[in-house]
Design a protein around this ligand. Structure first.
Ligand code: COA
Length: 257
């Protein structure tokens, strides 16, 4: 149990709010467990027709807690709290909508690739700084991103790890709409309520068909990424990146081979 993830059911919509403002909503193992539990609850409860993920008006999530990263991952990737969350998200039959304001770093961006609709505030900043942290892509991003936005654009975002705006994300086809930050959640909730009013079996069939072309390949990719990611977490490059973040300095990779 953690109060860093808040859930609420209203009008058949399960709202899942990431709530750790003092750490920019960075996600700990316990928070991934709570996020995974919420998806499981939605998958099992026929009274829930749609899931809404959100953070606050100025921050979605700073991604994985960097302190937790430094302590590594235990067990096979699918068994880790983050792996379990990603697989539940990728496989749930319920529609998932996201409201993103402010930073959406790392998994804060890659998790969106598994969601059905994404509404972002004009203050949203997406970023996948895996390589910059000595890590590698996760969450199926090495498969989904190049196939959606093209190889060279995916390489730029994943290799250089720069932040991109809500307008950029809209142009790339990664989000549905750019909103005023104070309206993002309302726009996302409106979509949830429309989805909740649709015939549920037809929505399940549509979701399955949309995921079908890459489903098997996605599972294999997520497992391969997870294995490599766990290795990279132990690398000296990652150690340098994490200590640089903690010490509020630029990392120095000049001596690495
Ligand atoms: N893990 C742990 N703590 C984090 C964190 C993370 N991923 N992201 C931010 N924090 C902490 C900061 O260390 C800071 O703590 P402090 O007040 O004790 O110094 C606090 O949250 C506020 O963060 P700060 O960096 O001051 O906020 P900002 O508004 O200037 O920048 C971000 C926000 C998200 C752009 C920036 O915090 C960031 O880049 N975080 C790291 C993101 C990251 O690399 N995630 C992993 C992705 S794979």
């Amino acid at each position: 149990m953690t109060d860093l993830v808040l859930t609420e059911i209203s009008n058949q919509v399960l709202t899942v709010r990431i709530n750790r403002p003092e750490r920019k909503n960075a996600l700990t193992h316990a928070m991934y467990t709570a996020l995974g539990d919420a998806i499981e609850q939605a998958s099992e409860d026929t009274g829930i027709r749609c899931v809404l993920f959100c953070g606050s008006e100025d921050c979605f999530t700073a991604g994985n807690d960097l302190g937790d990263f430094a302590s590594g991952l235990k067990g096979t990737f699918a068994e880790t709290p983050v792996g379990r969350f990603l697989f539940l998200l990728a496989n749930t039959q319920k529609p998932v909508v996201v409201a993103v304001n402010g930073p959406a770093v790392g998994i804060g961006t890659t998790m969106l690739l598994h969601c059905d609709m994404v509404f972002a505030g004009s203050n949203a900043r997406f970023q996948m700084p895996f390589a910059s942290l000595g890590l590698c892509p996760e969450g199926g991003s090495s498969l989904l991103l190049p196939s959606w936005i093209g190889r060279v654009r995916a390489a730029e975002l994943l290799m250089l790890g720069g932040a991109f705006s809500a307008d950029d994300a809209y142009r790339l086809g990664l989000i549905n709409r750019v909103c005023d930050p104070s309206d993002t959640e309302a726009a996302a909730l409106d979509a949830c309520q429309k989805l909740a009013g649709q015939p549920p079996a037809a929505i399940r069939a549509t979701k399955k068909l949309l995921s079908h072309p890459v489903h098997e390949q996605l599972t294999a990719t997520m497992l391969a990424e997870g294995e490599l990611f766990a290795e990279r977490l132990k690398s000296p490059e990652a150690a340098e990146a994490f200590s640089a973040f903690m010490q509020k300095r630029k990392p120095d990779f000049s001596d690495f081979k």
